[in-house]
Design a protein around this ligand. Structure first.
Ligand code: FAD
Length: 421
């Protein structure tokens, strides 16, 4: 059997290793379009902070790792997929045949349609190449303007702050991390960042980058900001353009079933590019975080070698450290129609808790500064724990999370192990 994997990120590498474990004699080829050894984008902030060098971002430290596992690494870009002939056309002019195929091409940054976005000194922060450019320009005291304060934007911000730059953040949404946090939590994160010396403009767009060296950035609130570096962190989209007209069904990402298989037998997808079926909610979701890439790659690879495996669910969890303030977002943090909600905020102590319920289950939550209960919040949401009378107790006092968890999650686990009559 020949297994071809498109994309040499965490999803591609984990899938290749899983295939090798279960199919010692099969041929495995990873096709990746970046020049470096397979690396983790998650490690880029640590590179920017100077905590690791480039080799520290590599997914596997042994340079012979892939050779030892007989995993072929091919540097090329997939241009077209022919599902009838079962071949992939590469940008070096060759065709690669396969028995099974994994699409693990990740996502790529969205380029906002802004005049001046191509000027030197304007960069996304997505690849090692981007990181090198950023490190050249973001020396101590440099003026940096970052567009976007989403999950990844906040992670980058943390790394930039540690480099000692003068930072201005411009977010189009009415608050920071708008797709992860409600208004109170987003507002608290903003206040925290401003207290740490970051200038934050929310509800504001970058309208144009008018000149270079220094870059002169025009904002929708009428002001101008001078910058040595502009970072564009305005979101990502699945890198699946090459699948157009291939017959593989794509919505926002490549649509997969619970086995990570696409609508074409033998063709799978995993990671940031996949729109995976979440058994828990019955919905398909693109959730571009690394734990999902790893889980999905594992499930896809097992199916590619004929072992039936199902994805348990798509994790919808984000834990964010914004300049030392820890915030979390789990499940349906915005709530569900007809659901119940309770919120508790202590602005002085920088603590906030927002819990969402459907029936007697907690379906989502947001927290700021509430580190001691992160595991419990995850357990209640992911475990779909029936709270019974504890729901009303939590509505009256949301700080009773641990007590509710101990009383109900453990009872549920105990029942799960009782023999059925
Ligand atoms: C700065 C930063 C910080 C992050 N921090 C976190 C974090 O704290 N926690 C977290 O969970 N996630 C984090 N992420 C997100 C995480 O990195 C991604 O979820 C993860 O990389 C997804 O893995 P993947 O293998 O699906 O895709 P990728 O890592 O994007 O790998 C896909 C690979 O495929 C290549 N490719 C694309 N198109 C083609 C093609 N046509 N042919 C061949 N190759 C192709 C790409 O160039 C890339 O090398 C962060 C991301 C960034 C940028």
């Amino acid at each position: 059997m020949k297994h071809v994997i498109l994309g040499a990120g965490p999803a591609g590498v984990i899938a290749a290793e899983t295939i090798r474990k279960h199919a010692p004699a099969d041929e495995i080829v990873i096709v990746g379009d970046e020049p470096e050894a397979p690396y983790s984008r998650m490690a880029i902030p640590y590179l920017l902070m100077g905590r690791v060098g480039e080799p520290g971002t590599y997914l596997r430290q042994d340079p012979q790792h892939y050779e030892k596992l007989r995993i072929g690494l091919r540097r090329a870009r997939a241009k077209e997929l022919d599902t009838d002939k079962r071949t992939v056309a590469l940008d070096d002019g060759s065709q690669l045949g396969f028995d099974t195929l994994l699409i693990a091409t990740g996502s790529s940054p969205i380029r906002p349609p802004i005049r001046g976005i191509d000027l030197p000194g304007v960069h996304p922060c997505w690849t090692l190449e981007d990181a090198r450019a950023i490190m050249r320009l973001a020396g101590k005291g440099a003026r940096v303007l970052q567009m976007g304060a989403g999950f990844i934007g906040c992670i980058i911000m943390e790394a930039l702050a540690e480099r000692g730059v003068q930072l201005t953040v411009v977010e189009m949404g009415d608050r920071m991390v708008p797709r992860m946090m409600g208004p109170t939590a987003g507002g608290m994160i903003r206040d925290w960042c401003e207290a740490k010396g970051v200038t934050v403009h929310t509800g504001t767009r970058v309208e144009a980058i008018e000149t270079e060296a220094p870059l002169r950035v025009r904002l929708s609130n009428g002001s101008h900001v001078a910058a040595d570096l502009v970072i564009s962190a305005t979101g990502v989209k699945p890198a699946i353009g090459f699948l157009e007209n291939s017959g593989v069904t794509c919505l926002l990402g490549v649509l997969t079933d619970e086995h990570m298989q696409t609508n074409v037998a033998g063709i799978y997808a995993a990671g940031d590019c996949a729109e995976a079926f979440d058994v828990a909610t019955g919905k398909t979701i693109v959730s571009a975080i690394q734990p999902n890439a790893a889980d999905q790659a594992h499930v896809a690879a097992l199916n590619m070698v004929g072992r039936r495996a199902r994805l348990k669910g798509v994790t919808q969890i984000n834990v964010l450290d914004t300049l030392g303030l820890i915030s979390t977002s789990f499940g349906d943090w915005q709530g569900v129609p007809g659901g119940d909600h309770v919120e508790l905020t202590d602005r002085v102590a920088n603590r906030h808790l927002s819990l969402q319920f459907k029936g007697d289950r907690m379906v989502g939550c947001n927290s700021v500064g509430w580190t001691e209960h992160v595991g419990v919040m995850r357990g209640l949401v992911e475990g779909e724990v029936r709270l019974g009378p504890w729901k009303d107790k939590l509505l009256a006092d949301p700080t009773q999370l641990m007590e509710a968890y101990l009383a109900r999650a453990q009872a549920q686990d105990a029942h799960a192990h009782l023999p059925r009559r």
